[in-house]
Design a protein around this ligand. Structure first.
Ligand SMILES: Nc1nc2c(c(=O)[nH]1)N[C@H]1C(S)=C(S)[C@@H](COP(=O)(O)OP(=O)(O)OC[C@H]3O[C@@H](n4cnc5c(N)ncnc54)[C@H](O)[C@@H]3O)O[C@H]1N2
Ligand code: MOO
Length: 409
């Protein structure tokens, strides 16, 4: 029997073959979820100028320092400054100006009295409570100083980052784009969901499983229809798709069967490796490049759980490398196993499981059987216990390595 390739060896080969996509300036909303390909320095300070934190009156602190309910202070109101209105540039001692939240503080003003501490007078104002010196003035640069390093290269941009970038005036940022992932299902037994099903056919679940996984990983996924078990049709479909693909994922047709179309069509190219990997499920694999642009292609096994586990293990790191997202592989976390596991020697077992954590720690419970056709059990899982190839059994209560499938990283 040919030797099985260790999982880390194939991951290494994939990462050496797949390159990060070239970065370019992207409008902010397009950049959500993308990795920054530049260090961003603040082009301006925030706030950009001293401004009021309250609707109220701009005053000179010394004029109102003694104001109280018993001994209110009265000041003439000399103007009004709204947000976005340059208006009054300077305030003379002994006067007050109405000022709104966000409006620039005039020179000479060193405190703001909120409306609630006054009679809201228009021509003159009665102030019955004293602010502290500088109170309710938001100082220029107290948040962000021009030239500060705001966001580092590699940061995956979320809503808060985009808000900050917009606030300092950036309309675009350099990011690596989302890879375009083409997903092809092969198999003459496959039917599109919604269409009639014959006695010997099944619905194509894999292209949805894999396209959704690709989209969840940040890629743009194109789900191509079903390709029957005919090498010529498969080759034609693949060449049609290459124009829009940064990466291709197929499922089915890679093991030892008489109709294993993917293997038959691609083997002669010499640029795609086919073989067994020391993983269960997900033993039969293929990886290489196709077409003039040497587009990476992953030929995953057809059994749905095998296809999914293979995507998580091999395709996800490739998509993340293209996008410049680190780490490439989903991080392993530790949890206590609630039920025993057995595992065949020599293959890294990927056990469907459900993860739970409470104050007593993290726990993981195997879900369903080993069969790689058990899609119901897969959907009921949110984790995979990774059992190393040399391990043949783990008792309940032992700590194990776990992939949490729905966690962002
Ligand atoms: N003689 C051997 N037979 C098999 C071996 C082997 O080593 N020797 N390996 C088994 C393992 S492990 C796997 S995994 C599968 C992989 O087979 P293929 O990649 O060639 O996939 P198919 O034969 O086309 O299909 C397998 C299975 O999955 C169903 N399938 C395929 N595509 C879809 C889809 N889009 N949606 C839902 N289900 C799909 C298909 O109907 C088959 O039941 O090979 C074993 N055999
Ligand atoms: O590797 Mo197959 O993927 O065990 O079912």
């Amino acid at each position: 029997m040919p030797e099985l390739l260790p999982v880390p060896d194939l991951v290494e080969r994939i990462l050496a073959t797949v390159s990060p996509l070239p970065d370019f300036p992207q409008p902010l909303m397009e950049a959500l979820g993308l990795a920054l390909a530049e260090d961003v320095e603040a082009p301006i300070s925030l706030p950009g100028f001293d401004n009021s934190g309250m609707d109220g009156y701009a005053v000179t602190y010394a004029d109102v320092a003694t104001a109280s309910e018993e001994t209110p202070v009265h000041l003439p109101v000399v103007g009004e400054i709204g947000a976005g209105q340059g208006g009054l540039m300077a305030l003379s001692p002994g006067t007050a100006a109405k000022i709104m939240t966000g409006a620039p503080v005039p020179a000479g003003c060193d405190a703001i009295v909120p409306y609630e501490w006054t009679d809201r007078g228009v021509a003159k104002v009665q102030i019955s409570r004293a602010p502290g010196r500088g109170q309710h003035i938001r100082a220029a640069g107290e948040d962000v100083t021009e030239g500060d390093l705001l966001l580092e290269h590699g940061t995956v941009l979320g809503p808060r980052h985009l808000g900050l970038l917009a606030a300092v005036g950036r309309a675009t940022v350099r990011c690596r784009p989302r890879p375009r992932v083409v997903v092809i299902s092969t198999g003459s037994e496959l039917r599109e969901p919604g269409s009639p099903l014959g006695r010997d056919s099944i619905y194509d679940g894999n292209s949805y499983l894999l396209a959704a996984s690709a989209r969840a990983a940040g890629a743009i996924a194109y789900r191509v229809g079903i390709v029957p078990d005919d090498p010529r049709t498969f080759t034609d479909a693949l060449s049609d798709q290459l124009v829009r693909a940064d990466l291709v994922v197929t499922s089915g047709g890679v093991s030892e069967g008489d109709f294993d179309v993917v293997k038959e069509a691609l083997s002669s190219l010499g640029s795609v490796w086919f073989g067994g990997v020391a993983m269960q499920p997900g033993k039969p694999q293929g990886f290489g490049t196709v077409g003039d642009d040497r587009t990476p292609i992953f030929t995953l096994p057809g059994n749905p759980v095998s296809a999914y586990v293979s995507f998580e293990t091999f395709v996800l790191p490739a998509i993340r490398r293209m996008m410049g997202k680190l780490p490439y592989s989903r991080p392993l976390t530790r949890a206590r196993l609630t039920h025993p596991i057995t595992s065949p020697p020599g293959r890294q077992q990927m056990v469907r499981a459900s993860y739970d954590s409470d104050r007593g720690g993290a726990f993981v419970t195997p879900v369903g059987g080993h069969g790689s056709h058990l899609l119901g059990d897969l959907a009921a899982s949110d984790a995979i216990v990774v059992v190393p190839p040399e391990t043949t059994g783990i008792s309940a209560g032992e700590m194990v390595q776990v992939l949490r499938l729905d966690e962002d990283f």
